[in-house]
Design a protein around this ligand. Structure first.
Ligand code: ADP
Length: 247
C-alpha cells in the first residue's frame, strides 16, 4: 500500500443533509494507475461521494486531497482544472455533431477555436482527437453524427470527451449500464488502457464487471466504509455478506 503515491486521499469525509449523514466519516486512498470500484446497496452514499469529490456537493467535515491539493474548498470548474473528470449518467454529447466535433469541442481550447468566425484546425487538436478516437473504439466513426452511435458508443464518446481534457482521475457512474456483452468487454479494456497513466474511480452494481476491472473495492453501507480490499477479500468479509444477504 505504501509503494506508490496516492492520487486521491479522502479522510474523515462527512456530509449531513438536515442532520442525516449521507456520508459519514469516510476515508480511502487511491493509488496512481488504480481502478477503484465503490459498491454498496442503494442509498449507501456512493453517488454522494462522487458529488463531494467533484465539488457538486460541499462536505460538512473532512478532507479530499488530490495530488496533495485540498479540493473541499474549490469550485467545480477548479476541480476539473486540477485534473478530476467525472462522467454523469445523463448523456452530455451533441447528437447533431460528428464524433470528431464532439471531441474537438471538449478539447481544452476547442471552444474558442469553434467560436471564431474563421478557424483553422490546430494539428495538435486533430492528432489528439484521433488518438482519443482510437482509444474509445470510434476511429471509423469520426465523421458520423453522434446520433448514429449505439448506446455503448455514446458512453465511450463521453469518456473520450473527458479524456481529451487530460484528467488524472476519472470518475464514472455505472459505466456499463445498458451495454451489450461485447461492449462491456471493450469497456473493461478501455479502463485498463486509461489507467496506464491515470486512475479511475467507478461506481458499479454489476459484480461480474467489478470482478473483471477492480484493483480494489470499497464497500459502502449507510454512509460508511464497510469493507475494503480485493474483490476476493470483500466478498468473503462476513460484514459484507450480511449486508448483501441479510435482508
Ligand atoms: P447511492 O449512490 O449509494 O445509492 P446516494 O449517495 O445517492 O446513495 O444517497 C445516500 C443517501 O443520501 C440517500 O439516503 C439519499 O436519499 C441521501 N441524499 C443524497 N443526496 C441528498 C440531498 N441532496 N439531500 C438530501 N438527501 C440526500
Amino acid at each position: 500500500y505504501q509503494q506508490k503515491d496516492f492520487v486521491l486521499s479522502v479522510e474523515g469525509l462527512t456530509v449531513s443533509f438536515d442532520g442525516f449523514k449521507a456520508v459519514n466519516n469516510v476515508s480511502f486512498y487511491i493509488e496512481e494507475q488504480e481502478i477503484r470500484v465503490i459498491i454498496g446497496p442503494n442509498g449507501a452514499g456512493k453517488t454522494t461521494i462522487l458529488d463531494l469529490i467533484c465539488g457538486k456537493t460541499k462536505s460538512t467535515e473532512g478532507s479530499i486531497k488530490f495530488k496533495g491539493k485540498e479540493l473541499t474548498k474549490l469550485r467545480e470548474h477548479e476541480i476539473v482544472h486540477a485534473g478530476v473528470g467525472r462522467k454523469f449518467q445523463n448523456p452530455s454529447i451533441y447528437e447533431d455533431l460528428t464524433v470528431f466535433e464532439n471531441l474537438e469541442l471538449s478539447y481544452p481550447k476547442g471552444k474558442k477555436v469553434w467560436g471564431a468566425l474563421t478557424f483553422t484546425r490546430d494539428q495538435a487538436v486533430i492528432d489528439k482527437v484521433n488518438e482519443i478516437a482510437e482509444m474509445i473504439f470510434l476511429k471509423e466513426m469520426l465523421q458520423s453524427k453522434a446520433s448514429l452511435l449505439s448506446h455503448g458508443q455514446k458512453q465511450w464518446l463521453e469518456i473520450g470527451m473527458l479524456l481529451i481534457q487530460d484528467p488524472e482521475l476519472l470518475m464514472l457512474d455505472e459505466p456499463v449500464a445498458g451495454m451489450s456483452v461485447s461492449e462491456r468487454k471493450q469497456t473493461a479494456a478501455l479502463l485498463q488502457k486509461i489507467t496506464q497513466d491515470r486512475s479511475v474511480l467507478v461506481i458499479e452494481h454489476d459484480m461480474h464487471f467489478v470482478e473483471e476491472i477492480a484493483d480494489r473495492v470499497t464497500v459502502m453501507h449507510q454512509g460508511q466504509v464497510l469493507s475494503e480490499g480485493s474483490m476476493d477479500h470483500v466478498q468473503s468479509d462476513p460484514k459484507v455478506i450480511e449486508v448483501y444477504l441479510g435482508h
